[in-house]
Design a protein around this ligand. Structure first.
Ligand code: UT7
Length: 330
């Protein structure tokens, strides 16, 4: 397939990580786990855990502000604010409306998307469509995840894997050289209960009993998720590279979702990429759900690993199930 002409580009990025570092040894003091178990199964060494009162919207304000600064965009110029979060500050209205207000993006429409770990890549595609259709000139796509508030800290198989953080990007119409080349996204709701929060919605409203039984907290079938993640991310990478008219040899850097180093290595191997071409920060932050990719992207740019003319591949996987991959040229 011929490489398409990009219509929309990433013009700036930003990130926010709460300063409080929690190491595996810190967790081992609170629960029956070890640094060795966590490191060898996942590659995670430490994660950031925000103060319980820190809001997802406040983290989103910080990453969003930095993304606007790096793109040279004023708040009033933003036409659309999309916020991806699995940890909204409240059920109604959206966290995006809070982020919009905190940032002063007074001329924008704002809404949340809930696609778990895949949310930021989904958001990128939605913003791309909005701009490509001529509905606006500037989009802000924020992922903000306060995972520590929805984890069950008595479930050692799950709580050691996640951390808090936020990442964001500003999108603008492309000059035809730089920008998004392809995107492939899918969902499979039949596997929803592999990773979910049973209570808190219409299906199982909150009451003292469900809270006592910890049904409002996140539950995960880790082994099943692992198998699906490897298969789906590989398929998504294939599809996105094919749509972009590229092969693994043409990809200069892969910035995957950071859930587990073993999933990242399997995805890179399938796409034909050596690990030198893969950006990894799961060791420092754990899985920050949809914030993982934009945080990694912002760090990769800061470290000089993203240079003009590169082809970047990002792939993701999460609750839903949801998954996808995107290729863009810098
Ligand atoms: O963004 C997508 C979100 N989720 C993911 O990406 C997670 C995908 N899954 C995974 O990363 C892996 O499946 C895990 C890291 C969650 C687990 O790794 P595993 O190699 O599949 O381990 P396992 O589930 O087979 O558990 C092995 C053992 C069990 O003990 P027994 O039954 O074999 O005696 C667990 O009880 O490890 C035990 N275990 C722990 N031991 C120490 C589970 N959690 C811990 C822990 N510390 N924190």
């Amino acid at each position: 397939m011929k490489t398409p002409t990009p219509q929309v580009e990433i013009a700036g990025t930003g990130r926010f990580l709460p300063p409080n570092v929690v190491t595996n040894d810190d967790l081992a003091e609170r629960m029956d786990t070890t640094d060795e178990w966590i490191r060898t199964r996942t590659g995670i060494r430490e994660r950031r855990i925000g103060d319980p009162s820190l809001l997802a919207a406040e983290m989103g304000r910080e990453s969003g502000r930095k993304a606007m600064e790096s793109a040279g965009v004023e708040p009033g110029e933003v036409d659309i604010v999309i916020v991806s979060t699995a940890t909204p500050d409240r059920w109604l209205p959206s966290t995006a409306c809070d982020v919009q207000t905190l940032l002063g993006c007074d001329n924008a429409l704002a809404f949340d998307i809930q696609a778990a770990c895949s949310g930021w890549l989904y958001g990128l595609t939605m913003a791309e469509g909005f701009l490509a259709a001529g509905r606006g000139e500037v989009a802000l796509v924020v992922a903000t995840e306060k995972m520590s508030n929805i984890l069950d800290w008595e479930d050692r198989a799950t709580c050691v894997l996640f951390g808090d953080g936020s990442g964001a990007a500003v999108l603008k119409p492309s000059d035809g050289e730089r920008g998004i080349l392809s995107a492939h996204h899918r969902s499979d709701g039949s596997l929803a209960e592999l990773l979910y929060r049973p209570a808190g919605g219409v299906r199982m409203p909150l009451d003292a009993q469900v809270v006592g039984e910890r049904e409002h907290l996140m539950k995960m079938s880790g082994r099943e998720i692992f198998k699906n993640a490897v298969r789906s991310m590989a398929e998504a990478c294939d599809q996105a590279m094919q749509q972009a008219g590229l092969t693994g040899d043409d990809i200069d850097l892969m910035i995957p979702h950071q859930a587990n180093i073993r999933i990242i290595e399997a995805t890179a191997k399938y796409a034909g990429l050596p690990m030198e071409k893969v950006y990894v920060n799961v060791d420092r932050y754990g899985n920050m759900s949809s914030a993982s990719i934009p945080v990694a992207l912002d760090e990769a740019i800061e470290e000089g690993r993203v240079r003009p003319g590169m082809n970047i591949l990002s792939s993701t996987f999460g609750a839903g199930l949801t998954w996808g991959a995107t290729v863009w040229r810098t």
